[in-house]
Design a binder for this molecule. Sequence first.
Ligand code: MN
Length: 417
Amino acid sequence: MAISKLNSWLSIAANSDFSIYNIPFGIFSNGSQSRVGAAIGEFVIDLPALFDAGLISETVGRAVLDTDFLNPLMNLGKPATRKLRNRIKELLTAGNIELENHPNKINILIPVFDCKMHLPVNVGDYTDFYSSIEHATNVGIMFRDPANALLPNWKHLPVGYHGRSSSIVVSGTPVRRPKGQTKADDQPLPSFAPSRLLDFELETAFITCRGNALGESITTAEADNYIWGMVLFNDWSARDIQKWEYVPLGPFLAKNFASSVSPWVVFMDALEPFRVKGPEQQPEVLPYLKYEGEKNIDLNLEVYIKPENTEPQRVTASNFKYMYWNMNQQLAHQTVNGCNIRTGDLYGSGTISGPEKGSYGSMLEITWSGKNPIQMNDGSERKFIQDNDTVIFKGWCEKDGVRVGFGELRNKVLGAY
Ligand code: MN
């Protein structure tokens, strides 16, 4: 898809994730109560203030903007959100003076450094998938059988599990190292201690803006009407707890102590120009999983580890385009049995690993279960994440000089209580 060029009267750095092509939504505060904002360059647009200036009153009601979560806005659906976002773009476009010359402009465009970002969505239900063939293969080789790394179901359905929404936190929230049961291979009994193998999982997540009735399903074609936007997602994982507890029902306490999201939800319209074809699916999938069009996204992803008092160091660079199962297939599979979804549900992609070393999406894979530690610039090494490390995710699309990004997802790990 060709991108028509836009210029803004506002000065926006060429490498800003929050270009005029993006306009993501989030929840912010600057001393007063939290409310809906949109990001542009180094500013947050205060949307209730923009409404009060009379500049978006033709789009949505004020109540959905003056609220703690994006759910009421999302619940209006994609056409209403699109109208609001397109109007904001129009107000920012060079030549439009409605906002540029507005007497209250200084109270509408708030410097991002004066803003605190909050959890953008009140997440009802949370599902995590396992949709990267490279990740599933790596884990299968390490934990089971290199000759049969993928389990027999993997290429026939997007494997997933229901996670826990109460512990989903926003970027900036410290993550406390969990304690739990682990069992060493050479010990007869389990012991209880802080996890020694704390890991990140490089993921994205999509958020839904409407529900289906219990008993009804959503097709891959209909899925686009339900998928409102995306965030970066860190599915924090304690590998030693996971290894002991996960048989036979899957992850439990190894995953539900924290999962973190980036604060700005990028609306799907902003990502459309970066759509690419997904990998060929062989064997052929069942009819309900077939889809039309380009459903993957060329979205660059990076992870940095920042040890205390040193600079961040990049430990991996991957891309969302590698995903074997796309979001439409995931949502169709989630609902094919009649399971109902709701506005504000969150769907993690699963760890996004690329085909090469250097593009793996977890420390488990990067260090191959601790066998090949990463050398850090400060002389230390990492097999997994240590206390006081900050883990930073970045994600952005770029094409023909147009950049649409997610900003950062960053969380510092604190020692166990
Ligand atoms: Mn995961």
